[in-house]
Design a protein around this ligand. Structure first.
Ligand SMILES: [Zn+2]
Length: 339
């Protein structure tokens, strides 16, 4: 695949994940300069991509299962302030992306260097969504592979896995970790630097779980807000019981597809969804806004609301009634509105 083809595939995977991608300049030559926008953040990237292949020479000279990208001697990986430089490749054989740590490759003098990854690492990413591999370089390099649906997560957050050192082996366990497991992992650090690194890793893997939740919720609601008719690629996956609560889950039954406006209004408790699926405006939130002289537009806002949410027809992915109650209690709705 040519570089523009690889870059277009990369952009399409980010957009499928929910990002808007602005290409700065042209993508006919490396690197592609991309501005990646989501509700949460803007990420600026310089992206270098190659094809991940078995390489030349065949099994006689190459270890079995070795895959690689072939970088040319002319390639230099610039580091720019406020931008992240990604050095990666697409494996057509397995259908995943692989990324090398740019900090390990800012200088090299080989005529035609190649960066390796094991086929097993790529296959684990295809199965699990993300995988890591420690390369026995000095100092060691952590290679990260992700399936296409987690590319956006990798670009926004997962890049820190390159700097997870020996903790990279904990990534599979952290994917489904309970808050207790996360706390034990952080508490067993040997020094402050490791505490900081482990906290960041825990946060990154929480974001990974969220990235897994999003496509499932959006698909269940056909990418349309449950509260108003908006689709327009402005729809998020909201948690009914927020992620900050120990009993929050990433089951679709703890999710609602909400447009950006209604997501914000739901999270801050201005609107709630009752266990009978009716939508209510919280009178106490509204009174507080009136006190602050911030209640303008409330009539228009009310007009946008359906009387009750539009929910999926399949029972197992509908919002759970107990979770809806708990979500309202957590957002300070009066008891008589909840029952
Ligand atoms: Zn909406």
């Amino acid at each position: 695949m040519s570089f523009p083809e690889l870059a277009n595939r990369f952009i399409a995977d980010l957009e499928r994940g929910g990002a808007t991608v602005i290409v700065e300049g042209s993508i006919s030559t490396k690197p592609a300069r991309l501005r990646i926008l989501t509700t949460e953040k803007t990420t600026d990237c310089l992206v270098f991509l190659w094809n991940i292949t078995p390489g030349g020479g065949g099994p006689a000279v190459r270890p079995p299962g070795e895959r690689r990208i072939q970088v040319t001697a002319a390639d230099r990986f610039p580091l720019e302030l406020g931008k992240s430089t990604l050095v990666g490749g697409w494996s057509d054989e397995v259908g995943v992306w692989g990324f090398w740590d740019v900090m390990r490759h800012t200088r090299f003098s080989l005529k035609s260097p190649s960066f390796q990854v094991h086929l097993d690492t790529l296959e684990r990413a295809s199965h699990d969504g993300v995988s890591t591999q420690k390369r026995k370089t000095a100092p060691p390099e952590i290679v990260v592979a992700v399936s296409p649906e987690f590319l956006l997560w990798f670009v926004e957050q997962g890049v820190v896995l390159h700097h997870s050192e020996s903790d990279h082996a904990k990534v599979p366990a952290l994917v489904n970790a309970t808050p207790e497991v996360e706390r034990d992992f952080v508490d067993s650090s040997r020094d402050v630097a490791q505490v900081a690194r482990r906290l960041r890793l825990v946060e990154t893997m929480r974001a990974y779980r969220e990235a897994r939740f999003r496509p499932l919720v959006l698909a269940a609601y056909s990418h349309q807000c449950a509260i108003c008719p908006i689709s327009l690629k402005l729809v998020d996956a909201a948690h009914i019981v927020p992620v900050s609560q120990p009993d929050s889950t990433d089951d679709v039954s703890n999710g609602l597809a909400l447009c950006r406006l209604h997501h914000a209004a739901f999270d801050n408790g201005l609107i709630g969804v009752r266990p009978d699926y009716q939508i209510v405006v919280n009178p106490s939130s509204l009174a507080r806004l009136e006190e602050l002289n911030l209640a303008r537009g409330i009539d228009d806002f009310r007009r946008l609301l359906r009387p009750a949410i539009r929910h999926p027809s399949a029972l197992e992915v509908r919002p759970d009634r107990e979770l809806l109650k708990r979500g309202m209690r957590l957002r300070n709705f009066a008891a008589e509105l909840i029952e």
